[in-house]
Write a protein that binds this ligand. Structure first.
Ligand code: PA5
Length: 448
C-alpha cells in the first residue's frame, strides 16, 4: 500500500528525469546496505524492522500502563529531549485536536531545556493536579532529562509520599545508564529500549508509543502504518519508491547544484512539532564532516507573511518540500454576506480548506517561478495509520540520504562538544583540565 506519495513535478524545471535516473543505482545500493546491514552505523538498524517485530504483548503492556496512568492522573509529564520527546510531541499535535474534545489525559513535556522559567511554570501548573511522570532517555545519562527528573521526583515525593514511585514510568536502555540503575533500584515500572535503535529513530517504540497511548491515540494503527510503509518502501522499484526518490533528489540538489537549505513546509499549523522531529532526524543524521542540507521548517500561509519573502526572492540556495493532504478532518464554509462590505463574496463559493488548498497550489507555482525546486509529499488524509507511514517514510529516506552523502546517519558525535564544555564549567569530576582551558578563554573574552 502506498499511503504517502512523492510528487516531484516541481523539480523537473531544474533537473531532468535522466539526472534523477543517474542516482538510481547508488540509491538502490544505499537501501541494500541498510537491508544487509553492511553500511556505516549498522549497529543501529533496529528501527528498520521494528514495527514488524514488536509483539502484541508489548503493545498490550503499553496500553495497560497507559490505562493505569489515565485512571489516576490529570496530566502525564513526559521528560525527555531530542529523539526522546519530539516524535511523541509531533504525534500528539497532529493527531489530537487543538482544543481537545476526545478522551485521553493531558500530556506535557519537560526536561527539553534548562530553562528555569519553564520549569517553574510546569511545577506551578502541576500544583493542584494529579500527575504521573514518564521519563525517557535512551542513554540514561542526558543532563537536561536527569535534572528535570530529579526536580519532579522531589515534588512527587512531597505530594504522594511512598506512593510516588507508582507514578513513575521509565523508558531507557535494558542494562546501561544511570536511569536504568535508578529504575531497578527503586522498582519503577520500566520499558527497555532496543539497543540497536537510536534516539531520533525511536518514535515507534515505547519512547513515542506510551505518551501517544496516554493521550488517546490508537497505537496499533500507528504501527500498522509503519509496517505497511516498510513492506512497500523496502521492496518498491526506484521509480515507484517515494523514499528513494526523495533521498536521491535532495542529494542531487545538494551535491550538484549547491543547494544548502531544505525547507519542510506545511499548510497546517499542527505540523510545527512534526517539523521539529523532521529537523532533528535530518539535521543529526546528515549534518557532519561539513556536509548536509540545513533542514528548516515553516508553516504556511503564516510564514508566507514573514520569511516567505526570502523563500521567493532571497539567495537561491533553497529547496522546498511541502507536505500536503488530500482530505481535511474538519471544514467550514465561508459565509455569504448581502452587503459585501469586506468584498469577500467572491470567496463564498469556497470552503476554508479549499482556499488553503488553492493557497498551496499558488505558492508552489510562485516558488518554482522564483527558482525554488519544490517536492510535495502527498498524504491522503491524516490519521494514526498515515502518521506511522509518514514517520517510516522519512526515517528510511534519512538513512538512505545519509549513505548517499557518505556519512553515518546514525551517530551524532558533534552533539558531544557542547556537553563536554558544559560539564567542565559545571565542575563535573573528570573534566578539570578542560575547565582550566575554558576558563582561561572566558577570562580573555571578558577582558577584551
Ligand atoms: O538522536 C539521538 O540519539 C539524540 O538526539 C537523542 O535523542 C538525544 O540526545 C536524547 O538522548 P537520550 O534519549 O539518550 O536522553
Amino acid at each position: 500500500m502506498r499511503s504517502v506519495k512523492l510528487n516531484y513535478q516541481g523539480v523537473l524545471n531544474f533537473i531532468s528525469k535522466d539526472e534523477i535516473n543517474s542516482y538510481k543505482e547508488k540509491t538502490e545500493e544505499a537501501l541494500q546496505k541498510l537491508i544487509t546491514k553492511t553500511g556505516l552505523g549498522n549497529e543501529y538498524l533496529g528501527w528498520l524492522n521494528y514495527s514488524n517485530t514488536i509483539t502484541d504483548e508489548e503493545i498490550d503492556r503499553i496500553n495497560q500502563v497507559s490505562d493505569k496512568i489515565k485512571q489516576n492522573s490529570d496530566v502525564l509529564v513526559v521528560i525527555g529531549i531530542g529523539g526522546s520527546y519530539l516524535g511523541a510531541k509531533a504525534a500528539l499535535s497532529i493527531l489530537r485536536d487543538y482544543y481537545p474534545t476526545q478522551n485521553g489525559i493531558e500530556v506535557i513535556f519537560f526536561g527539553n531545556s534548562f530553562s528555569s522559567n519553564y520549569a517553574y511554570e510546569v511545577l506551578r501548573y502541576l500544583e493542584h493536579k494529579e500527575f504521573s511522570v514518564n521519563v525517557i532517555s535512551k542513554s540514561g545519562t542526558t543532563t537536561e532529562t536527569a535534572v528535570a527528573f530529579r526536580i519532579i521526583r522531589s515534588i512527587l515525593h512531597k505530594k504522594y509520599g511512598s506512593k510516588a514511585k507508582e507514578r513513575i514510568y521509565v523508558v531507557t536502555d535494558e542494562y546501561k545508564g544511570a536511569l536504568r540503575k535508578l529504575a531497578n533500584k527503586e522498582g519503577y515500572v520500566s520499558f527497555s529500549l532496543p539497543n540497536d535503535v537510536g534516539g531520533r529513530y525511536s518514535v515507534l517504540t515505547s519512547v513515542g508509543l506510551l505518551p501517544m497511548a496516554v493521550n488517546g491515540i490508537d497505537i496499533k494503527k500507528v504501527i500498522q502504518g509503519a509496517k505497511d510503509a516498510q513492506n512497500y518502501l523496502i521492496n518498491a522499484p526506484f521509480w515507484e519508491n517515494d523514499a528513494l526518490l526523495y533521498a536521491a533528489i535532495r542529494n542531487i540538489f545538494h551535491q550538484n547544484y549547491r543547494k544548502d537549505i531544505e525547507v519542510l513546509a506545511s499548510f497546517e499549523p499542527n505540523f510545527t512539532c512534526f517539523g521539529e522531529w523532521w529537523k532533528q532526524l535530518f539535521g543529526e543524521s546528515e549534518g557532519k564532516h561539513h556536509k548536509g542540507l540545513f533542514p528548516t521548517t515553516l508553516v504556511y500561509s503564516t510564514d508566507l507573511h514573514s520569511i516567505g519573502q526570502y523563500i521567493q526572492d532571497g539567495k537561491r540556495n533553497i529547496i522546498e518540500t511541502i507536505i500536503s493532504f488530500d482530505k481535511v478532518k474538519y471544514d467550514i464554509p465561508i459565509p455569504y454576506e448581502k452587503d459585501n462590505l469586506d468584498e469577500l463574496n467572491y470567496l463564498s463559493d469556497f470552503t476554508l480548506s479549499k482556499v488553503n488548498e488553492i493557497a498551496r497550489e499558488a505558492t508552489i507555482m510562485a516558488h518554482i517561478d522564483g527558482e525554488v525546486p519544490v517536492m510535495e509529499v502527498q498524504v491522503a488524509h491524516l490519521d494514526e495509520y498515515t502518521f506511522g507511514y509518514l514517520v517510516y517514510f522519512f526515517m528510511l529516506s534519512a538513512a538512505v540520504s545519509g549513505y548517499l552523502l557518505g556519512v553515518n546517519p546514525f551517530n551524532q558525535e558533534g552533539v558531544e562538544d557542547y556537553k563536554r564544555n558544559m560539564f567542565a564549567l559545571l565542575n563535573k569530576p573528570g573534566y578539570e583540565e578542560l575547565k582550566r582551558k575554558l576558563e582561561a578563554r572566558l577570562y580573555e573574552k571578558d577582558n577584551n
